[in-house]
Design a binder for this molecule. Structure first.
Ligand code: EPS
Length: 388
C-alpha cells in the first residue's frame, strides 16, 4: 500500500533543533543532500535579514529513510541544529509581556493562558520554515525524476513590481538572475528598487513584506481532482501557502484580477498543436495561462502559477502601540532581534511548500511503493492521454 505523502515538523526557534519527517515517498528516489542544503542556505539569505542568520548555518542531518542517497520507503527524518539554543536559559530569555501587533504574541498568550509571550512565540517563529523547506526539498526529489521544475522568486513589494514574464525556455537564465539578486528578484531594475525599499524600512525602524511567486513547469495534466473539495489541487496549494508564517493571501494564475475582467478576457483559449505533443500539455496549447495551470482543481498541463502575499515582519524596532500584560497600561510593543524583511527567504519557503504539494498530488495519481511503479503508472497515463 503506497502511503499518502505528508510531513510534520517539530522544534522551536531557540530549542536544540528543528525536525521534519516526510512520510510516503516511494523507494529508490534519489535525494541529493547538497541540493537540500542549498535550499536551506538560500532560505537563510536575502537582503534585510537580521543577525540571527549570521549565527546559524542550516544543514540537514538525515536521521532515517535513506540508504546510500536513495529512499527506501520509510519516513525520511531530517534534523537541522539551532546554534542559538537558549530556550531553557531563563537569563537569556526574559519574559515578553508587551505583545507585538501582528505576531502570535497576544492570541497565543490568551489561547494557552501564558502571560509570557515566549510561551508561544518560540513555535510561532518563522524559524520553523527551515524544516518546511527541508521537507519540500526532499519531496521534490520525486519531481526531479520526471523533469518537473519549480521556480520561486520575489515579484515585488510596496510600489516595486516586476512585470517580467516567466517562461520555461528561459528558466536557467531566470534561476541565474534570481540567484544573483540580493532580494531573489530576477528583474534587475526591480531588484534595485526592492533593496532601496528594504533599506528605507530599516532606516525608519520599520519592516516590509511583499509578493512571492512560484511557477511549476512540466507537471502533467490531471494532478488534483474535481471530485471532492479537499482534493482540488488549487485548494491544497492555497492551504499550504496560507500555512506559511506571515502569509496573508494566495492567488492562482490571474488571481484577484479575475474579478475585474469579462470571461472572454480571463479564460485561456484551447488550441491544438501537433508539434507540441511532447510538452506537458500534450499538444493542448493555451496562448495564455490566466488559470495558472489549474482548471477544476486539476492541472491542465500548463505551468502552475501561485502567488502569495507576505505581510511585513511584525517585530518593529520602533514598536507599535500595545498593552502591558497584567497592568493593561498602554506601552510600545516589545522588540526582539528580528529581520527588516524576510521576503526573499519567504520565496524559498513558498517554492518548497508548493513543490511539496505538487509532489503529493503527483504521488496520489501515480501511486506506487517504488519509483519504478510510479514511473510505469505515469508513462501509462501519458500514453493513454495522448489518445484523447
Ligand atoms: C523570528 C525572529 C527572528 C528571526 C526568525 C523569525 O529570530 P531571532 O529572534 O532568533 O532573531 O531571525 O527567523 C529565523 C530564525 C529563521 O531562521 O528564519 C520570528 O519571531 O518569527
Amino acid at each position: 500500500m503506497a502511503r499518502p505523502l505528508r510531513y510534520q515538523t517539530a522544534g522551536e526557534s531557540h530549542g536544540p533543533a528543528l525536525v521534519a519527517i516526510v512520510d510516503g515517498l516511494p523507494s529508490d528516489v534519489v535525494v541529493d543532500a547538497a541540493r537540500v542544503n542549498a535550499e536551506l542556505a538560500r532560505r537563510q539569505g536575502g537582503y534585510g535579514r537580521g543577525a540571527r542568520q549570521r549565527i546559524e548555518t542550516d544543514v540537514a542531518e538525515f536521521l532515517g529513510g535513506l540508504r546510500q542517497g536513495r529512499t527506501i520507503g520509510s519516513p525520511v527524518a531530517v534534523r537541522i541544529a539551532n546554534k542559538d539554543n537558549r530556550i531553557d536559559d531563563a537569563a537569556k530569555t526574559p519574559p515578553v509581556t508587551r505583545p507585538r501587533p501582528g505576531h502570535a504574541d497576544l492570541a497565543g498568550s490568551l489561547k494557552y493562558l501564558v502571560p509570557d509571550c515566549r510561551g508561544t512565540l518560540e513555535r510561532a517563529s518563522a524559524r520553523e520554515t527551515a524544516a518546511r523547506v527541508a521537507a519540500g526539498a526532499v519531496a521534490r526529489s520525486v519531481l526531479d525524476h520526471f523533469g518537473i521544475r519549480v521556480f520561486g522568486f520575489v515579484r515585488g513589494a510596496c510600489d516595486a513590481w516586476s512585470d517580467m514574464p516567466i517562461r520555461a525556455n528561459e528558466l536557467d537564465a531566470l534561476v541565474a538572475a534570481r540567484d544573483a539578486s540580493e532580494v531573489y528578484c530576477p528583474d534587475a531594475g526591480v531588484d534595485k528598487k526592492l533593496v532601496d525599499l528594504i533599506f528605507k524600512a530599516k532606516t525608519e525602524q520599520d519592516t516590509v513584506g511583499g509578493w512571492c511567486e512560484v511557477h511549476v513547469f512540466g507537471a502533467p495534466p490531471g494532478l488534483g481532482s474535481c471530485m471532492n473539495w479537499e482534493d482540488r489541487l488549487d485548494a491544497r496549494l492555497a492551504f499550504a501557502v496560507m500555512g506559511i508564517q506571515a502569509f496573508k493571501s494566495v492567488e492562482i494564475g490571474l488571481g484577484r484580477e479575475c474579478g475585474a475582467r469579462f470571461g472572454s478576457a480571463v479564460h485561456d483559449a484551447i488550441h491544438f498543436d501537433e508539434s507540441a505533443r511532447g510538452e506537458s500539455h500534450l499538444g493542448y496549447a493555451r496562448p495564455t495561462n490566466n488559470a495558472g495551470g489549474l482548471e477544476g482543481g486539476m492541472t491542465n498541463g500548463m505551468p502552475v502559477v501561485v502567488r502569495g502575499t507576505m505581510k511585513p515582519i511584525s517585530t518593529l524596532l520602533r514598536g507599535m502601540p500595545s498593552v502591558e500584560f497584567g497592568t493593561h497600561e498602554p506601552v510600545q510593543s516589545a522588540y526582539e532581534r528580528s529581520d527588516v524583511s524576510a521576503v526573499a527567504a519567504a520565496s524559498v519557503v513558498i517554492e518548497n511548500v508548493v513543490a511539496f504539494e505538487v509532489a503529493r498530488a503527483f504521488l496520489d495519481k501515480f501511486a506506487g511503493d517504488s519509483l519504478g511503479e510510479v514511473r510505469r503508472a505515469y508513462e501509462g497515463f501519458v500514453a493513454a492521454a495522448r489518445r484523447i
